[in-house]
Write a protein of this length. Structure first.
Lengths: 111, 114
């Protein structure tokens, strides 16, 4: 069964304390892996798409990487405004168009 | 430009009533998706539209749930005979291309069934 597992469930960091969020996935025939940011009471905001193992994408303090089994979202020198829930999703498999989302990592960055 | 909009933002209904949730996608986006997000759970795929056809309805939880889309424009998700377990946030997303394109989400409709 296709599945996405994110860890940790919650993470508290001091401002400037770099860390990584993990997204492990099992899907037959990955076609894309996605990272989103979700603020309370809002819809997810698109961050990155990764298509193949070894690919990396960067945006400001965020960097996403992909292997054949997992993806990491690295946060460098985070700021309080980076506090949010970060969601990972995969799209793949035969005969399906669905995207499978993980339950997210709740990140809190303290000033 | 304008993002994805959804209405209403909140809906409280009595068990057994029908509800309609509306989604206006980003102009020009051919793909449209509906998701359900229960408290503390991940987004649950419901249905995918390409234009006004639905190649994947596999996520609709029961025949009480249905959705339609007018061309490449507005979509409506209808839940008949609502149950308390239908309480959730319903999110709509659009994309300039079909899977595996990136999705742009609306703010969601919070549905509460009493």
């Amino acid at each position: 069964e296709d599945q996405v597992t994110q860890s940790p469930e919650a993470l508290r960091l001091q401002e400037g304390e770099s860390s990584s969020l993990n997204c492990s996935y099992t899907v037959s025939g990955l076609r894309g892996l996605f990272w989103y940011r979700q603020d309370p009471g809002k819809g997810p905001e698109f961050l990155f798409t990764l298509y193949s193992a070894g690919e990396e994408k960067e945006k400001e303090r965020l960097k996403a990487t992909l292997t054949k089994k997992e993806s990491f979202l690295h946060i460098t020198a985070p700021k309080p405004e980076d506090s949010a829930t970060y969601l990972c999703a995969v799209q793949g498999g035969s005969g399906t168009y669905k995207y499978i989302f993980g339950t997210g990592t709740r990140l809190k960055v303290l000033a | 430009g304008a993002g994805v909009s959804q209405s209403p933002s909140n809906k409280v209904t009595e068990k057994g009533k029908d509800v309609e949730l509306r989604c206006d996608p980003i102009s020009g986006h051919t793909a449209l998706y509906w998701y359900r997000q229960r408290l503390g759970q991940g987004l649950e795929f419901l249905i995918y539209f390409q234009g006004n056809s639905a190649p994947d309805k596999s996520g609709l939880p029961s025949d009480r749930f249905s959705a339609e889309r007018t061309g490449e424009s507005v979509s409506t998700l209808t839940i008949q005979r609502t149950q308390q377990e239908d309480s959730a946030v319903y999110l709509c997303a659009s994309s300039p291309r079909g899977p595996p394109g990136e999705q742009y989400f609306g703010p969601g409709t919070r549905l509460t069934v009493t």
